[in-house]
Design a protein around this ligand. Structure first.
Ligand SMILES: C[S@@+](CC[C@H](N)C(=O)[O-])C[C@H]1O[C@@H](n2cnc3c(N)ncnc32)[C@H](O)[C@@H]1O
Length: 251
């Protein structure tokens, strides 16, 4: 079973959103498992201290390397499969759908959630932690970033989502953002569903969706579009072209 172990100073934050809807049902159905470990249980002295002032001065506090290392070693004790040890950090590599897919295909993850000014660099090095960021912004702690990573991976696990196809047509799965979605009513505040989507012509619908996905990616994420355009031609779907006009787009 895919397992997520979370090391945190705030275990009461879990399962939180991971306990409801799709995630919660999958957790109850034992399609994945969640273990939450309190870093403070490994704190030093009577006060279970986990942090200290930054070497060299400056504001805030830093999580101690020795406490973090003991907490990680205790979480790993008796492990038969080695799971990636990830430190959620704004300095990390941005999380991508490709990395999420790799993590979902493995045995699970061990996540370390930072707080304060972050974790002593020596713990990151000594335990070979992979640093992953949720984006170019600063959160108060790694917990919400960890939940996001877990949710992104768990929804890809077999049996968690109803329609397997929906996973492959989503944003990022083919290097593009997803095409626009519509549903009833046919007309909403003077805006109609693009006629091509009601045509019943599946080839035309697929071409329209592809063209819209390319248009949106080009407009909103030129960085992704460049990567997509430089992919080997064999990796693209037939009929794919960044230049083809979307048949049913509203002018
Ligand atoms: C207030 S932040 C520390 C920020 C750090 N002083 C810096 O400037 O890079 C505390 C913790 O929140 C988590 N965190 C903050 N922003 C994050 C992000 N964008 N992605 C992942 N984790 C983040 C990390 O675990 C971090 O150790």
């Amino acid at each position: 079973m895919w397992r997520a172990t979370v090391l945190t100073l705030f275990p009461e934050m879990f399962p939180g959103p991971l306990g409801v809807s799709l995630m919660g049902k999958a957790l109850n159905d034992q399609l994945w498992a969640l273990e939450v470990r309190d870093i403070r249980a490994h704190g030093i002295g009577r006060h279970r201290t986990v942090d200290d002032s930054p070497s060299g001065g400056g504001p805030g506090m830093v999580m101690r390397a020795d406490v973090a290392a003991v907490a990680i070693d205790a979480a790993r004790a008796g492990e038969t499969e080695s799971r990636p040890l990830i430190y959620l950090s704004p300095r990390g590599k941005p999380l991508t759908q490709a990395r999420v897919r790799e993590l979902a295909a493995g045995p699970g993850v061990l996540l370390f959630c930072g707080r304060f000014e972050g974790l002593d660099e020596r713990a990151i090095e000594a335990r070979g932690m992979e640093e992953i960021s949720l984006g170019d912004f600063v959160l108060a702690g790694g917990e919400i970033a960890g939940m996001a990573l877990i949710e992104a991976a768990v929804r890809l696990l077999p049996g968690v989502m109803g329609e397997e196809a929906s996973k492959t047509e989503e944003s990022f799965e083919e290097g593009l953002l997803e095409y626009p979605q519509f549903t009833r009513p046919q007309s909403f505040e003077g805006r109609d569903i693009p006629p091509v989507l009601s045509s019943g012509n599946h080839a035309q619908i697929a071409r329209w969706r592809r063209a819209e996905a390319e248009r949106l990616t080009k407009e909103r994420r030129p960085d992704l579009m460049t990567l997509y355009e430089n992919r080997p031609r064999s990796a693209r779907r037939p009929g794919s072209s960044a230049k083809s006009p979307p048949d049913g787009r509203k002018k």
